[in-house]
Design a binder for this molecule. Structure first.
Ligand SMILES: [Zn+2]
Length: 196
């Protein structure tokens, strides 16, 4: 195996959840593209990883210090929708209905993987709820066991600190076990409207 290939494979295994198999799949499939196209793909990736960071306020991915949602004066800061990852917020944004802001947890509570509440951006969430006198926190973690457990934890945490803040959970006509980012628009819109 060429040294460059070996090094590339090793590097890709550093991406969480990829492992050896994921790494082989990514690198070999990339090499199936024409040389021009694979360069284009890698250049786009490079540009993205070089410029993207997390919004200082809500942790959404952004290429600025403050993301487009937080810096939009028409978005209502007193409504916060809590999601696990940026891609979940993008799925909700696609509906063009929600006018509040987001809070990205950067994960979910997963004791088996050693991910505890302290690893999430909860401190900042509490700080924002207080600072903006938030009226409603809509919890939109994924409809699976870990997402549910995370939602319950956050609800309890908020209820203790802010008894007057409305806490809702998007309701699950969504199939249990699915991932928010892959749910079709109509189901997602319904679950958002029927939040409880
Ligand atoms: Zn933001």
């Amino acid at each position: 195996m060429p040294k460059t290939l070996k090094e590339a494979l090793e590097k890709v295994t550093e991406i969480p959840t990829y492992g050896e198999r994921g790494s082989l799949r990514l690198v070999y499939n990339l090499l199936k593209l024409t040389p021009e196209r694979r360069i284009e793909v890698v250049k786009a990736l490079f540009k993205a990883v070089e410029s993207l960071r997390n919004c200082r306020e809500c942790y959404l991915l952004t290429d600025k210090e403050i993301c487009a949602v937080c810096s939009d004066p028409n978005r209502r800061k007193r409504f916060i929708c809590v999601v696990e990852e940026s891609q979940d917020a993008y799925a909700i944004e696609k509906l063009e209905r929600y006018k509040g802001v987001y809070h990205v947890l950067q994960g979910r509570i997963a004791p088996l993987e050693g991910i505890s509440p302290q690893d999430l951006t909860l401190e900042k969430l509490l700080e924002r709820v207080e600072k903006y006198e938030v009226k409603e926190v809509i919890i939109a973690t994924n409809p699976n066991a870990e997402g549910e457990a995370t939602a319950n934890y956050i609800a309890r945490l908020l209820r203790e600190r802010f008894p007057f803040v409305k806490i809702s959970r998007i309701s699950y006509g969504l199939q249990f076990g699915s991932l928010l980012e892959f749910v079709d628009d109509i189901s997602l819109e319904k679950s958002f409207e029927n939040r409880k």
